[in-house]
Design a protein around this ligand. Sequence first.
Ligand code: FES
Length: 312
Amino acid sequence: MQIQEAHDLLDPTWPQVLIMEDEVSVAKGLGMVLSEEGYNVDLAMTGRSALDTFNQKMFDLLIADLRLPDIDGMEVIKQVKRRRPDTEVLVITGYSTVTTAVEAMKLGASDYLSKPFTEDEFLSAVKGALVTKEFMAADAAATPLEPLPEDSLRLTEVLQQIRQRFTGRQQEVITILQMVQNAVGYIPIEALQQVADFTRMPEAAVYGIATFYERFRLSPVGRHVVKVCRGTACHVKGADKILHEIEHRYKLSPGQTSKDRMFTLETVACFGSCAIAPVVVVDDKVSADMDPDKVGKVMKDLALNDPKFEPR
Ligand code: FES
């Protein structure tokens, strides 16, 4: 089985939505509205069942009620975002306050809808939450990074060491994947195929393990990692303009690495440094009160001082 087939198998038709709502009639009603629009919908009536479902399946969007019979909806959002930061979250609640709205946005929720709301308001919030994800997915898919010759060289060497050191048991897969990542910097697709052969596991299963653990990367990382905060405080003070400047200047979307492997762009829900917003972190160095010009200068200086810099 090829990797693309494995991916399709693990992450079927887009978009997958999980509705976490304890009022059965509301949950079913919202589910029906989305199903009619072509969304794939799962329902969870409690926080725990939402987390269980989330652990078994990939979701593009979590629609989260905050008051649940067992655990706090905020806690569920926190765990979901920790496990898979790219899951979009739409909060729906009958007990809205500014504090809870700010808290939800800080946790990474894309939108916040107070009950009661109309079907149109609900649908437009769902579509809005998924727009960024759709755009990023399409953009990332359009520009896959080719492995460099040195990647292939390092991969060959490390696979040789792996064959000498391991016996090919399935329990060894995680350690083997970690070795590949340590040697190459990420896990190339061809490595997944070779690890599957070596351990006699289906490629889909190896792919599933590599995508399940956050520590594994399936694409190269740049020599400099630029993280832009998109939390509420930074958003209010112009984080989007900073992000737009980087996207425009370096033709990068969040999650992507530039073709020359100079920069990887990432976004973060909150660095916990809201008092100095907007915040950008470059290679673990925190920069306060940023604006598009300042971030442009920081990145330009890094590029000029990079030994592999080649003027375009
Ligand atoms: S919102 Fe907290 S650091 Fe940006």
